[in-house]
Design a protein. Structure first.
Length: 193
């Protein structure tokens, strides 16, 4: 990744963090708030793969952990978003070409996140499992409703980099000098070229 692409990603992630803090946290919905950070990280995982989703989740989560209104242990949001971006990247092939599947994956990731936060709090000694199922359902609903607006926008923004020749998960085999890495031989073993 070029330096300009990395700086653009950092600026975009900072904008998403500011939108989450300023707009969505200010809206007082019952039980939970929509998780724009998780939806963006999942969309990056869908568009660029598990490694990019993991990296974006770590950077965005760490920035959210150290930003001022944070009232949780540093690293917990980075862990949850890292895991969410990685899982979204792993199922990216299964959700391409459909409209409903990415939204369902984002909603499932949002439903799992309150349980992960509660588990991490339990690990550091601040266990409070009261209200986790209701928060999981509300988070899944709100983030699932937000996902149809976030996924296309992130895909469009990341698609602009693909049109400029930046490598993506789907275009890596079209790069000059890159060959298929795994080929099956007649004996059934994998040979690396």
């Amino acid at each position: 990744m070029r330096l300009t692409g990395f700086l653009a990603m950092i600026c975009g992630l900072a904008l998403v963090l500011a939108l989450q803090d300023a707009l969505l946290s200010a809206v007082h919905l019952p039980l939970a708030a929509p998780d724009l950070l998780l939806a963006v990280v999942a969309a990056i995982g869908f568009a660029r793969g598990a490694r990019s989703g993991l990296l974006a989740g770590f950077l965005l989560g760490l920035a959210a952990d150290v930003s001022p209104p944070a009232a949780h242990a540093i690293g917990s949001q980075a862990f949850v978003l890292c895991l969410s971006g990685y899982l979204a990247g792993q199922v990216a092939g299964a959700v391409q070409g459909t409209v409903v599947r990415p939204i369902l994956v984002v909603a499932c990731l949002a439903a799992i996140s309150p349980a992960l936060y509660a588990g991490l709090e339990f690990a550091v000694g601040n266990a409070q499992f009261h209200g986790v199922p209701a928060a999981a359902a509300a988070s899944a609903l709100y983030t699932g409703l937000l996902a149809p607006f976030v996924i296309p926008v992130v895909g469009f923004v990341l698609g602009r980099g693909e049109s400029r020749g930046l490598p993506t998960q789907r275009s890596h085999s079209r790069l000059p000098g890159v060959k298929t890495l795994n080929r099956r031989t007649s004996a059934g073993s994998t040979q690396v070229l």
